[in-house]
Design a protein around this ligand. Structure first.
Ligand SMILES: [Fe+2]
Ligand SMILES: [Fe+2]
Length: 188
């Protein structure tokens, strides 16, 4: 689906900074939970509130799992750093009722999709290096993949043609943004 590969310097940066990446991951799951809740403000999603709650609960459970990992490893929870990639996507969310909800859903979908993709890469790379972390990332892949699909289907359920147009726009934007260097050890 994505038009641009994750840059080659991402994986070594993450592998050599795993404690910081785990703290970033904790915040990513926290933000994923709040994003699911934030989507509940849109009129077009009032009928999907329970599904969104279910996603928020799942993300909160992921957040707790990362916190447990941090504790077991003696890594202190720390401050969040903004992701230029996520900020770049969200900056292009248009205002106007229907435009906003569709753009917001597509952004959430792409964030989940990139997480799913990167967790898969990490699960593979960590095998033999850190079995516990490898298994952990492997266990999250399906869930984030489902979130990606659910958000996209929610957008299509509101307006299929508009969603296709905007998905095209956002995939182009993603290809540009993902190539911009981010020296911080972050998932996104
Ligand atoms: Fe998650
Ligand atoms: Fe997710």
């Amino acid at each position: 689906m994505f038009r641009e590969k994750v840059p080659a310097d991402w994986l070594p940066k993450v592998m050599t900074n795993l404690p910081a990446v785990l703290v970033d991951h904790a915040h990513l799951e926290r933000k994923a939970a709040t994003s699911a809740l934030n989507l509940e403000k849109y009129r077009d999603l009032f009928t999907r509130v329970e599904e969104l709650n279910a996603i928020a609960i799942e993300e909160l459970q992921h957040f707790q799992l990362v916190l447990d990992l941090l504790k077991r490893r003696g890594i202190p929870f720390g401050q969040p750093y903004p992701s230029p990639w996520i900020a770049g996507l969200m900056k292009s969310v248009r205002s106007g009722q229907r435009h906003q909800v569709i753009d917001h859903l597509i952004c959430c979908s792409l964030i989940e999709g990139r997480s799913c993709e990167k967790f898969q890469v990490l699960a593979k790379e960590l095998k033999g290096v850190d079995a516990e972390l490898a298994a952990f990332y492997g266990s999250l892949v399906e869930s984030e993949g489902n979130h990606y699909a659910t958000y996209l289907l929610m957008a299509k359920g509101i307006d299929e043609a508009e969603t296709s147009r905007r998905l095209d726009f956002y995939l182009e934007l993603d290809s540009k943004l993902i190539r911009e260097p981010n020296p911080l050890p972050m998932l996104h």
